[in-house]
Design a protein around this ligand. Structure first.
Ligand SMILES: O=C(O)CCC(=O)C(=O)O
Length: 292
């Protein structure tokens, strides 16, 4: 049975995430996927990361150990909405955004957008982490919305979330003086046991609180698993560290209006390290050097 908005909001407050069908219209899904297919095709002529975002880092991040012409392994496209009007239109308006406004609104701004891909044979995986320590703000009303561009199944590396962790501690993402962008191995193995896989049809989305612990395993299927990930925030949540995905679109109002107000809640968090790598996959690969 389809849940009404209040049931979804109650579920979000309890679990820290919501699965939401038809977050993208059929036209949006088709258009973003056509754009993505063109970028993957383009990646075949590159053997290293390419493109450029505002701070000079590459926009297209490749899983270099598996990327070939036959098995392209783009794993991240940073701020696609800066170079594609199709993606920009989705950032500005989609069915899930109304729910974000119901939860953290009425005034909502865009914080960042990216596409994560797990192409077959790429081996890409995501270590367990919380998003908030990458982007601490004056309050914690930050929502990551992960739009499914493919059908997501148990085999193709679904997002795994740990219900209720948005109400728990902020974990350290620093280990032995290195920002690994991941929680430590003990927290990860305990989390895995409680994690729920977010599976569903292309066009659905998972709305996830910025503090929710999550990760995902490799794609073991022959079909791709791509997510368009857009982070939104309450307009009165003001950044406490430089945005790690800088773009002209940061701070764009997508619902309501600008109030110029800062709302503060009290908490402590270690500041993140500004990435030198093309994306957080590079930061997470440092986990190996600290024995994780
Ligand atoms: O691609 C995924 O499965 C998760 C992505 C994620 O957690 C992130 O990019 O922060």
């Amino acid at each position: 049975m389809k849940k009404n908005n209040q049931e979804l909001i109650d579920q979000f407050n309890k679990d820290g995430y919501i699965f939401f069908e038809n977050a993208l219209s059929d036209d949006q899904l088709l258009a973003v996927n056509e754009q993505l297919a063109a970028w993957v095709e383009e990646s075949k002529s590159h053997n290293k990361n390419f493109g450029e975002i505002m701070d000079g880092r590459p926009r297209f991040d490749l899983e270099l150990k598996s990327h070939t012409n036959e098995t392209p392994a783009v794993r991240r496209i940073t701020s696609p909405a800066e170079i594609s009007d199709i993606c920009l239109d989705v950032v500005k308006d989609n069915n899930a955004l109304d729910l974000v406004a119901d939860i953290f609104g009425p005034n909502i701004t865009h914080l960042g957008n990216k596409i994560n891909l797990k192409l077959p044979s790429s081996g890409t995986e995501v270590k367990f982490h919380q998003d908030f320590p990458f982007e601490p703000h004056s309050n914690q009303d930050i929502m990551t919305v992960l739009y499914f561009l493919d059908d997501v199944t148990l085999e193709n590396g679904p997002l795994e979330v740990v219900p209720g962790t948005h109400n728990g501690p902020l974990f350290s993402h620093w280990h032995n003086g290195i920002f690994t962008g991941a929680v430590d191995a003990k927290v990860e193995s305990a989390s895995r046991k409680q994690a729920i896989s977010c599976i569903g049809k292309a066009g659905s989305a998972c709305l996830m609180h910025g503090k929710l612990l999550h990760g995902s395993g490799p794609n073991l299927s022959k079909l791709s698993r791509s997510l368009f990930i857009i982070t939104y925030k309450a307009e009165d949540a003001v950044a406490l560290s430089p945005n790690h995905l800088p773009s002209e679109l940061v701070g764009m109002i997508v619902r309501g209006e600008e109030t110029g107000t800062v709302r503060c809640t009290s908490y402590s968090v270690e500041l993140p390290e500004y990435p030198k790598e093309a994306s957080f996959f590079g930061q997470q690969s440092k986990s190996k050097s600290v024995g994780m």
